[in-house]
Ligand binder design. Structure first.
Ligand code: PEP
Length: 241
C-alpha cells in the first residue's frame, strides 16, 4: 500500500541548540496528527545525534541528507550508511538537485548511494526533476525517464521513496501547479515496477499550498526545505487538511 510520507529537509540549517528549540515547538503540535502519516526530519550530520536522542520513542523518523556507497575508507567529508544507522537514521535523501548541481553528483553516484542505503537498511528518498530550461524545451518527461532508468539500476523498489522536485520550484517560492505535479508523479509511477512506491512532490511547499498538493490523487507526500525550518509552518504542513 502507498504510504503518506511528509519529510522535512533542513539542508545546511540549525545548530544543535536550534534543533532542540525547534523540537520543543514542533512536537506538541503533532499529538493529534493522523497515525497513517509518516513524519521524517532530514537534518544536517552535526544535529543527527541530538535529534535522534530527542526523537527516541516518538512517531517522527530521523533522516540524513546524503550517504556514501562505501562502509569505510579514505573519503574525506563523506559519511557511510552504517554510521547513519548507528545514530538512528531510517531515511536518507539521495540525489537532491543541490547535490547534483553544486557537488558533482551524477546518476552513477546516485545509483551507488541508493544501493548502499538499501543494503544497510536505510530507506532512500530519491530526488528527480527537471530544470526550467528542460521544462521550457518540453524535455521534462524524457529527462525524468532517463534519471529513473539510470538511478534505479538494481534498486529494490520495495524499499524506496521518490521525490519529484522540479529544480525551478526549489527554494524559489514558484510552486509547480499541483495538477502538473500530479501528472509528472503519475508518469513516474507508470515507469516503476512497484505501483506502491511512495512518490512525493517537493518545491516551495508551504502551509498555504499543502492542502491542494495533498489532494492530488498521485501525490503521496512532500519533501519540504524552507517551510520545514519553522515549527509552526512544518506542523501546519504535517497536519494538512
Ligand atoms: C528541498 O529542499 O528539497 C525543497 C523542496 O526545498 P523548498 O521546499 O525550500 O523549495
Amino acid at each position: 500500500m502507498r504510504r503518506i510520507i511528509l519529510a522535512g529537509n533542513w539542508k545546511m540549517h540549525k545548530t544543535q541548540e536550534e534543533a532542540l528549540e525547534f523540537l520543543q515547538g514542533f512536537m506538541p503540535q503533532i499529538e493529534k496528527t493522523p497515525e497513517d502519516r509518516e513524519v521524517v526530519l532530514c537534518v544536517p550530520f552535526t544535529t543527527l545525534g541530538v535529534v535522534s536522542k530527542n526523537l527516541h520513542g516518538s512517531r517522527v523518523q530521523l533522516g540524513a541528507q546524503n550517504v556514501h556507497w562505501e562502509k569505510t575508507g579514505a573519503f574525506t567529508g563523506e559519511i557511510s550508511a552504517p554510521m547513519l544507522v548507528e545514530i538512528g537514521a531510517r531515511y536518507v535523501v539521495v540525489g537532491h538537485s543541490e547535490r547534483r548541481q553544486y557537488f558533482g553528483e551524477t546518476d552513477e553516484t546516485v545509483n551507488k548511494r541508493l544501493l548502499a542505503a538499501q543494503s544497510n537498511g536505510l530507506q532512500p528518498i530519491l530526488c528527480v526533476g527537471e530544470s526550467k530550461q528542460q521544462r521550457d524545451a518540453g524535455e521534462t518527461e524524457s529527462h525524468i525517464i532517463r534519471q529513473l532508468e539510470e538511478d534505479l539500476v538494481g534498486v529494490n523498489q520495495e524499499n524506496l521513496v521518490i521525490a519529484y522536485e522540479p529544480i525551478w520550484a526549489i527554494g524559489t517560492g514558484d510552486t509547480c501547479n499541483s495538477k502538473d505535479a500530479n501528472e509528472v508523479v503519475g508518469l513516474i509511477r507508470s515507469k516503476l515496477s512497484n505501483a506502491n512506491v511512495t512518490i512525493q512532490y517537493g518545491g516551495s511547499v508551504k502551509p498555504d499550498n499543502i492542502d491542494e498538493i495533498m489532494a492530488q490523487p498521485e501525490i503521496d507526500g512532500v519533501l519540504v526545505g524552507g517551510a520545514s525550518l519553522s515549527p509552526d509552518s512544518w506542523a501546519r504542513i504535517v497536519n494538512y487538511k
